[in-house]
Design a binder for this molecule. Structure first.
Ligand code: SF4
Ligand code: SF4
Length: 290
């Protein structure tokens, strides 16, 4: 394109995975769009909603060892011509090979299964797709400064319980993405005294009367969200308070102390999703069971 050359895959990085090659292609497409001044929109991933039976069927399929499908190699005694020694797969062979797919994009759970200390847990959430206002301070008041979309398509999520983790790194080795689950996933602390020592990505859940409270620490600062039994929620940090209707639409907001820049309620919505998901589908992680 113009005087620019875009390349990716094996030609650039040497032999690697098709996933990395596809990611290179997407990065190149984004760069070309930028160069041409065209908007690049990432295609939205479509995640299937799996029933418990679907999950069990896939786990059983994964547990069976199915050998790789080999093409019909040309027998040695016939390799005297220009006939292909290794032909491409037939349609039936290709389908059989495709059926060996572990379907990690449908559900993974590898970090849950491989952790020797049971420090990673699956919890469930309903899909969420809501537009939230971006908030900033104007003349001593909070004002909406555009919007952001908060979307959760995968109903199966992972939470990490830091108290159980010895940072062996096994989950990182097996993660099908290039993630570090024990650092990247929301880190739940079961003991308040440990939670308050953390700077980033730390969560603590407690009872608050009939409601549930989740506390979060990012950049050394704490925020709190209370989930009420009707599904509504209240968020508070040092700068503002927010109220969410059930379904996570923002109902109201109030300034406590002026701040610079823009606040995205997505961080508060994440807290609501984690809290509701853990309360409803992983209650064994809640304080009353400790
Ligand atoms: S690093 Fe932590 S979460 Fe990951 S496998 Fe090791 S103990 Fe488990
Ligand atoms: S963090 Fe990695 S290993 Fe864990 S579920 Fe997600 S992709 Fe799989």
């Amino acid at each position: 394109v113009g005087s620019h050359l875009y390349a990716g895959g094996d030609a650039v990085r040497g032999p690697a995975t098709i996933v990395e090659a596809a990611a290179d292609g997407r990065r190149a497409a984004a760069a070309i769009c930028r160069q041409l001044g065209v908007e690049f929109t990432r295609p939205e991933a479509d995640f299937p909603t799996l029933t418990e039976e679907d999950i069990i069927a896939r786990k059983m399929a994964r547990a069976r060892r199915v050998p790789q499908v080999e093409p019909d190699f040309l027998p040695l005694e016939h390799r005297l011509t220009f006939d292909l020694v290794e032909p491409t797969l037939t349609e039936a062979q290709a389908q059989a090979e495709a059926n060996r797919c572990l379907q990690c994009s449908a559900f993974c759970d590898k970090c849950v299964e491989v952790c020797p200390n049971r420090a990673n847990y699956t919890y469930f959430t309903a899909p969420v797709d809501v537009t939230l206002p971006l908030l900033s301070c104007r003349e001593g008041r909070l004002a909406s400064d555009g919007t952001t979309r908060f979307r959760i398509a995968q109903t199966r999520q992972i939470i990490h319980v830091d108290d159980f983790c010895n940072q062996c790194g096994n989950c990182t080795t097996f993660c099908v993405h290039q993630g570090k689950p024990y650092l990247d996933k929301p880190r739940l602390f079961l003991r308040e005294e440990d939670f308050v020592q953390e700077e980033d990505n730390a969560f603590y859940i407690a009872r608050q009367g009939a409601d549930w409270l989740i506390r979060r620490r990012e950049g050394g600062h704490e925020s709190r969200l209370t989930l009420h039994s009707d599904g509504s929620a209240c968020f508070e940090d040092e700068h503002l308070t927010l109220t969410f209707a059930p379904g996570l639409a923002v109902e109201g907001y109030e300034l406590k102390a002026e701040f610079a820049g823009t606040f995205s309620p997505a961080t508060a919505a994440e807290m609501a999703v984690i809290l509701k998901g853990v309360v409803e589908s992983a209650p064994y992680l809640l304080p009353s069971r400790h």
